[in-house]
Design a protein around this ligand. Structure first.
Ligand code: NAP
Length: 388
């Protein structure tokens, strides 16, 4: 039995992880579950999986959580500090499925205490890849990438170093607006943006996929995970989402990883690592798929990709500003206060204000990252208020 903690258990990554647990109840012993506000679902999951600890990060919901599980021998805690504490429990594997910057502090805690961390939360690698990687090395914690593209690269490299590697290319589905004319993008609604053609995901990552910011964040994530120069990273649009990443070698060989687009695949790889187990995922039938197509990313219609590449190349404080501005802009779009194309506009504006938003900044100091994140959020929220 592997002891498992699942952060963001009520989200899509949580659903997919628990689906695998359900199919292999003899393999996993769930110790910790967390949610932010979805108290009813967290209580239901607690009753089903009987962890020792549950955390609701918004403290307003703690009384309701306690009431709902009062008959169970489960400790219930609330707030960001409780998340850090929960991530410090000694387990075999932490699945980190919290969305956004909020996942950073618990990830650092998990990396310091767990044997292995299956990392879905990409934002923490974007804002502080150096710290996460440093802590993982210091504590000899295995970091397993959940993102399908990075999981693909991890599988291709299979523990070998990057000798002879020319470049890594991440595939992008192109999102729901791959063929939408540029001047129609401003009329995109949140409902249209979250309807991803190939993947079922939470709202924030779905919007990021639609703007191609997700692919930009993934480039930064790949730079951190595989210790590559930005010039050795690229993106290609592949609408079928069957090939997840390509690794180019100096002898002309290109290795690809293929699988049906189903997050239970990379999650099963992480949950079983180094062994493999079945997630009952539909076998890939290439004859039925018929053709695999590839095209360049359109950086004119999807400027968020360019902004993320700019932040990746600049490094330092830029990825933190990029991430915070994007989180505020996406929330504004989902709330109906920004239109789709204004997401890129707000992120660009925040990056241009780098000097004003700069704080004393050391990317290996959590407080510095937190201060920059807060300052950028405040700046962007004020822009939205002025617009309203
Ligand atoms: N979904 C995918 O296929 C996929 C693939 C690759 C990578 N990822 C990455 O995995 C992460 C999760 O994605 P998702 O699609 O699962 O998102 P999601 O469906 O929106 O779920 C997010 C989870 O995080 C919790 N949460 C939200 N805000 C929080 C906060 N401030 N503090 C603590 N917990 C918070 C939510 O709790 P409540 O339910 O209570 O709000 C929920 O459990 C993201 O970083 C995403 O980029 C996802």
């Amino acid at each position: 039995m592997r002891k498992l903690s699942i952060f963001g258990a009520t989200g899509t990554i949580g659903d997919n992880t628990l689906d695998l647990v359900d199919r292999h109840r003899d393999m996993f012993d769930v110790q910790v579950l967390s949610a932010h506000e979805n108290v009813d679902k967290l209580a239901r999951l607690a009753r089903k999986y009987m962890p020792t600890l549950v955390v609701i990060s918004n403290p307003e919901f703690l009384p309701a959580l306690k009431t709902q599980i009062a008959d169970l021998p489960i400790q219930a805690e609330a707030g960001p500090e409780a998340l850090i504490y929960a991530a410090s429990q000694s387990v075999d594997l932490v699945v980190m499925g919290i969305v956004g910057f909020a996942g950073l502090a618990p990830t650092i805690s998990a990396v310091r205490h767990a044997d292995a961390v299956a990392l879905a939360n990409k934002e923490c690698l974007v804002v502080s890849g150096a710290m996460v990687m440093h802590e993982a090395a210091r504590h000899e914690t295995l970091l397993l990438p959940v993102d399908s593209e990075h999981n693909a690269v991890f599988q291709i490299l299979d523990g070998r170093d990057i000798q002879g590697l020319d470049k890594i290319v991440l595939t992008a589905s192109g999102g729901p607006f791959r063929e939408t004319p540029g001047d129609a993008l401003r009329h995109v609604t949140p409902e249209m943006a979250v309807a991803h053609p190939n993947w079922e995901m939470g709202a924030k990552i779905s919007v990021d996929s639609a703007t191609l910011m997700n692919k930009g964040l993934e480039l930064i994530e790949a730079r951190v995970l595989f210790n590559l120069d930005p010039a050795a990273l690229d993106v290609v649009v592949h609408p079928q989402s069957i090939v997840h990443a390509l690794v180019y070698y100096c002898d002309g060989s290109v290795l690809a990883q293929m699988a049906n687009p189903d997050m239970r695949g990379p999650l099963a790889h992480c949950l079983g690592y180094p062994d493999r187990f079945s997630g009952d995922i539909a076998p890939l039938d290439l004859a039925a798929v018929g053709s695999l197509t590839f095209e360049p990313a359109d950086r004119d219609r999807f400027p968020c990709l360019v902004l993320a590449e700019r932040a990746m190349i600049a490094g330092g404080i830029y990825p933190t500003i990029l991430n915070a501005a994007n989180e505020v802009a996406v929330a504004g779009f989902l709330a109906g206060t920004l239109n789709f194309t204004e997401i890129a506009g707000m992120v660009a504006h925040a990056l241009d204000m780098q000097t004003e938003l700069a704080t004393p900044f050391d990317p290996t100091v959590l407080e510095d990252l937190d201060a920059c994140d807060k300052k950028t959020r405040h700046f962007c929220s004020e822009l939205i208020k002025r617009k309203i």
